[in-house]
Ligand binder design. Structure first.
Ligand code: NI
Length: 381
């Protein structure tokens, strides 16, 4: 295929995925399609115990290390409202985070790697990862042994606010650690007119929400950042009864593992202390998500070189307070996660989210070139 033919092919791949999106851990048809496309390229597929996801190795002409390229493949429970001719045909499910774009780009990189085998000093492992949106897919891939022997890993996420032809490349932290919490505050119910007979958890919850905001404003250095958001509160059933309990839920985002621990400790301290001050009891449930995504310097330099070779405009991206489970891979081996300009009209997870498809071929070449440069480089450490 010449570049125009490859571009049309990758657009058709992306549109197929876009029309048939599947939720996390249910990417069965997506898995079958990816396997078919790889078989058409005569790329052997690796064994896996996972029910969804595809893993494959492309062995180069010369012996050398293994580097991995990862794309995520799952969609979201969102009803698509783009009105595009190739909009989702699956009710209530949409590729609203552009993982169809990532998958198509990796198919393109696979094609280019296969076409240029003689130039590869080692092997490239393709990781089509399931269940990124649940934050657990990467961990399952690692447990399944798909990162064994891999010396460096790269990946990308589309970035709607960046124009096509630009790429955000940054060493160090890029995306946030994601923690979720639930609190149940137990007081004592009573008649609304006789509060002295009860112990009002709504008042306790009010104090709690206000106090939690001081973690970021008074405990985290102004030179660092964190987010504490209480996003859900349930308590009470009517206007003249003080309820016995109130439940709260929310999320905490941080970029530094130490700050993550400090914020968590402060959170527990505030919740328990305020509950104690009101003679109430707090039950805290903590659900740790992916760690912060921290890019490694050595791989970042190589990826940047590959991007410049492609005449992509390299920009320094802003930190994203969203999470990304690619961060788990970066705890196992050096790597880089880039933001790829796709000139969208809406941000991730929006029912009208779109991407400019002219970015697909560029992303495929970028992944191919980065993997090739990584294999060539002695800088992998
Ligand atoms: Ni995403």
């Amino acid at each position: 295929m010449n570049p125009q033919e490859l571009e049309s092919y990758l657009i058709s791949v992306r549109r197929h995925l876009h029309q048939y999106p599947e939720l996390s851990n249910h990417e069965f048809e997506t898995t079958k399609s990816i396997e078919t496309w790889l078989k058409e390229l005569a790329i052997p597929i690796r064994n896996t115990d996972l029910k969804t996801g595809v893993f494959a190795d492309i062995k180069g002409g010369k012996p050398g290390p293994i580097v991995a390229i990862r794309a995520d493949i799952d969609a979201l429970p969102i009803e698509e409202k783009t009105g595009l001719p190739y909009a989702s045909k699956i009710k209530g499910v949409m590729h609203a985070c552009g993982h169809d774009f990532h998958t198509a780009a990796l198919i393109g990189a696979a094609y280019l790697l296969k076409e240029n085998l003689s130039q590869l000093n080692g092997s490239v492992r393709l990781i089509f990862q399931p269940a990124e949106e649940l934050g657990g897919g990467a961990q399952h891939v690692i447990k399944d042994g798909q990162l064994d022997g891999v010396e460096a890993i790269i990946g990308l996420h589309n970035k709607p606010e960046l124009p096509v032809g630009t790429i955000g490349i940054k060493e160090g932290p890029l995306m946030a650690a994601v923690d979720r919490f639930q609190i149940v505050l137990y007081g004592k119910g009573s008649h609304a007119a006789l509060p002295q007979n009860g112990n009002d958890p709504i008042v306790g919850a009010g104090q709690l929400i206000t106090a939690l905001q001081t973690i970021v404003s008074r405990n985290v250095s102004p030179l660092h950042s964190a987010v504490v958001s209480v996003t859900k509160i349930i308590g009470g059933s009517t206007w003249n009864v003080i309820p016995g309990e109130v439940s709260l839920e929310g999320t905490i985002r941080t970029f530094d593992p130490m700050i993550r621990e400090e914020v968590k400790a402060k959170f527990y301290n505030i919740v328990n202390s305020i509950a104690a001050a009101f003679s109430q009891e707090a039950e805290i449930s903590w659900f740790p998500g992916p760690p912060p995504l921290v890019n490694h310097n050595s791989v970042t330099d190589i990826v940047k070189r590959a991007a410049e070779k492609q005449s992509l405009e390299v920009i320094h991206p802003n930190l994203s307070t969203a999470g990304e489970d690619f961060s788990y891979y970066l705890l196992h081996c050096p790597g880089h996660f880039a933001f790829f300009g796709t000139n969208g009209n809406e941000d991730w997870h929006h029912p009208e989210f779109t991407i400019d498809e002219s970015a697909i071929l560029k992303a495929a070449y970028f992944l191919y070139e980065s993997a090739r440069e990584l294999l060539e480089s002695q800088a992998i450490s």
